[in-house]
Design a protein around this ligand. Structure first.
Ligand code: SF4
Length: 387
C-alpha cells in the first residue's frame, strides 16, 4: 500500500520511484520493522552486494514478518556471509564472453548484458558480481563494440538484452539500441530480460510500449517469484506489454521459504496465466556466493513440478531447469519409462502406467532389445518412483 504523504502522481512515476529508493536501514523503517539481523546485515554487506529497493516493491513487504516472501528476496540477512561453497560466477560467464558483457553459450544466441543497473537488487541475483558495480557499466562506445561483434558474427539470430535490467535505460537509449540490432540482417528476434514489471511496474509506460512495438519481433521475459507480486499495478504493466504485441514469459527461481512448495508455485503460475504471462522457466538456484540459505534440493523441485502436472493447465507449468556453463538442463520426472517390445511405457501424472505401440525407425530391421536401452519397468502401479 502507498505510504501516507506520497501523492498518487509521484507514486506512479518511475522516475520518482528510482530517486526515492531505499538504501539503508533508516529507509527500511518507513516500511517494515527490521530485525537486528537485517539491520546488521545491511551494514555488514554494504561493500559486498548493493542494497536498494523501490518504494513500490517495499510497500509489498509484510512489516512484521521477517519471513515475508517479498522481504526475503531483497532485504539482506547475515546468512549471506555463511556460504563457503558459493561462487562469484557459477556459470563461468566471464570465460564465455567474446567481448565485454556478451555471454555466448550457444551457437545462435547470446545474452547481451547492456546495463548493470536494476530498480532493486535481488539477494540471490546470478549476476550479483556485476549489478550495481561501476566497472561493469557499458559506455556507449562499449555497446558499439558489442554491436560490431554481433554484426560480424552471422550465426547470431537471437539476442537477449539483459543485465542488470535493460528497461532501466531511457526510452531514447533503448530505441537506439533496438534500432541498431534491428538493422543487423541476421538478428531475427530480440528478447528482453527484465524484472521491472514486478519491481517497478510504473516503468512500463505506453511510450515505452510504443518503442518496443516499433522493433518487433520483440519478446520479453520477466521474473515473478511469488503470487503476492501479482498486484494490480503489475497486472496492468503486463497488459500494456501484451497489448503492444510483446509475448511475455516468466522466469522464476526456486527459493527456499519463498516459493518451494507446490501450492505457492501453482498459485503463482495460475496467476501469471490469468495475466497472459506464460510461465517459461523455473531455475534451480545456482551455487552462487551468499545464497546457501535460498537453495532447495533438486528432489524437492522435481516433486513440486510433478505435483503440478495433471492438476493445472499445461500453460501454467514452467520447465524446471538447472543452468550450467554448458547450457540449460531440463530437470523432469522420468514419465517415459522405456520400451517393451513394440510398445513404449509411459507414466501418467497420477502414477498409472500406459503402453502405446511405438513404430521402429526401420520396420524391416529385427528388433534388438539391447539397442533400446533398459526394458520398461513392469506395469506395476506400486513400482517405486524414479525421482
Ligand atoms: S532484477 Fe534481475 S538482474 Fe537485477 S538484481 Fe534482480 S535478479 Fe539480478
Amino acid at each position: 500500500m502507498r505510504p501516507e504523504g506520497i501523492g498518487e502522481a509521484d507514486w506512479n512515476d518511475a522516475g520518482w520511484q528510482m530517486r526515492h529508493r531505499i538504501r539503508d536501514a533508516e529507509g527500511l523503517r518507513a516500511f517494515i520493522h527490521p530485525t537486528d539481523d537485517e539491520i546488521r546485515a545491511v551494514a555488514a554487506l554494504a561493500d559486498r552486494f548493493r542494497f536498494v529497493i523501490t518504494p513500490y516493491y517495499a510497500s509489498l513487504m509484510d512489516p512484521d514478518d521477517p519471513e515475508c516472501p517479498i522481504r526475503r528476496q531483497v532485504v539482506p540477512r547475515m546468512a549471506e556471509l555463511d556460504d563457503p561453497a558459493g561462487l562469484a560466477d557459477p556459470l563461468d560467464e566471464v570465460a564465455h564472453s567474446p567481448v565485454k558483457n556478451v555471454v555466448r553459450v550457444y551457437r545462435d544466441r547470446i545474452a547481451f548484458c547492456v546495463n548493470n543497473e536494476c530498480a532493486l537488487y535481488c539477494r540471490y541475483c546470478l549476476r550479483k558480481r556485476m549489478v550495481g558495480e561501476p566497472s561493469w557499466a557499458m559506455k556507449k562506445r562499449e555497446l558499439g563494440l558489442a554491436l560490431d561483434w554481433i554484426r560480424a558474427t552471422p550465426e547470431i539470430r537471437d539476442v537477449l538484452l539483459t543485465g542488470g535490467d535493460p528497461l532501466v535505460f531511457s526510452d531514447e537509449r533503448l530505441d537506439w539500441l533496438l534500432g541498431e540490432l534491428r538493422g543487423i540482417p541476421h538478428v531475427e528476434i530480440i528478447r528482453l530480460g527484465t524484472r521491472l514489471p514486478v519491481t517497478l511496474p510504473a516503468r512500463i509506460t505506453p511510450e515505452l510500449c510504443r518503442v518496443l512495438e516499433a522493433h518487433h519481433p520483440v519478446w520479453l521475459n520477466t521474473h515473478f517469484n511469488h503470487p503476492r507480486e501479482l498486484t494490480p499495478e503489475a497486472a496492468a504493466a503486463c497488459d500494456r506489454l501484451t497489448r503492444a504485441g510483446v509475448p511475455v514469459g516468466n522466469q522464476s527461481v526456486l527459493l527456499r521459504g519463498i516459493n518451494d512448495d507446490a501450492e505457492t508455485m501453482k498459485a503463482l503460475c495460475e496467476g501469471l496465466v490469468r495475466l497472459r504471462v506464460r510461465p517459461y522457466y523455473c531455475y534451480q538456484a545456482q551455487l552462487l556466493e551468499g545464497t546457501a540459505h535460498f537453495r532447495v534440493p533438486v528432489e524437492r523441485g522435481l516433486e513440486i513440478f510433478r505435483a503440478l502436472r495433471g492438476r493445472t493447465s499445461g500453460y501454467a507449468i514452467p520447465l524446471y531447469v538447472l543452468d550450467t556453463p554448458y547450457g540449460k538442463v531440463p530437470l523432469t520426472h522420468a514419465y517415459l519409462r522405456g520400451r517393451e517390445g513394440d510398445d513404449i511405457v509411459v507414466e501418467s501424472y497420477d502414477g498409472r502406467l500406459w503402453r502405446e505401440p511405438n513404430p521402429l525407425d526401420d520396420p524391416e530391421a529385427p528388433a534388438d532389445p539391447e539397442a533400446s536401452g533398459d526394458p520398461a519397468a513392469p506395469a506395476d502401479p506400486e513400482a517405486p518412483d524414479e525421482t
